[in-house]
Design a protein around this ligand. Structure first.
Ligand code: S3P
Length: 172
């Protein structure tokens, strides 16, 4: 099986969906932010604060190279800016999880761990700043995607089935 690579904006639910797909298909879920944290033994927030965004993007590229070389048969959730790596398509089938900005904003800010979720995301500073970033990125996510899945108001269970059905179709 080709890897399934979930891309999309912060807070859209990439990690949750990756783990649900893994469970349903008996495969591993891998997360690029987790890989970066284990490589550096630092939290993402700390990497941004100490070394800056540019350095973090270099770590994302290194992670992409490693994934393309070493990981198969897995579902990979990515940080919201990971889609910019040079060799994205070499990693697997790219699935963009799409939702409106206000839906994503509510999903983060109205969740029970809202404070923690905002704190760990250095680029999710204010409504205005996050919306600007979303608007810049939305067309770029669409452009690199093999598949676009509208996630808004669907259950995780429904999304698991939709992703699996569509990725099987696109790789056959
Ligand atoms: C980022 C998204 C974050 C994390 C980092 C940068 C981005 O991941 O990689 O804070 O550029 O959108 P999530 O999409 O899991 O929040």
């Amino acid at each position: 099986m080709k890897n399934i690579v979930l891309i999309g904006f912060m807070g859209v639910g990439k990690g949750t969906l990756a783990r649900a797909i893994a469970k349903r298909s008996d495969i591993y879920a891998v997360d690029t932010d987790d890989l970066i944290e284990s490589l550096t033994n630092k939290k993402i927030k700390k990497i941004f604060a100490q070394k800056g965004e540019k350095y973090f993007r270099q770590l994302e590229q290194r992670t992409a190279d490693w994934l393309a070389q070493n990981v198969q048969n897995s579902v990979i959730s990515t940080g919201g800016g990971f889609y910019k790596v040079k060799n994205l398509k070499d990693i697997g089938t790219i699935v963009y999880l799409k939702a409106d900005f206000d839906w994503i904003y509510d999903r983060i800010t109205k969740s029970k761990n809202a404070k923690k979720k905002i704190k760990k995301r250095p680029l999710f500073k204010s409504y205005k700043a996050a919306k600007k970033l979303y608007e810049e990125r939305a067309p770029q996510y669409e452009a690199v995607a093999d598949l676009i899945i509208d996630v808004q108001d669907k259950s995780t269970k429904e999304l698991v089935e939709e992703v699996l059905a569509k990725t099987l179709q696109s790789s056959s």
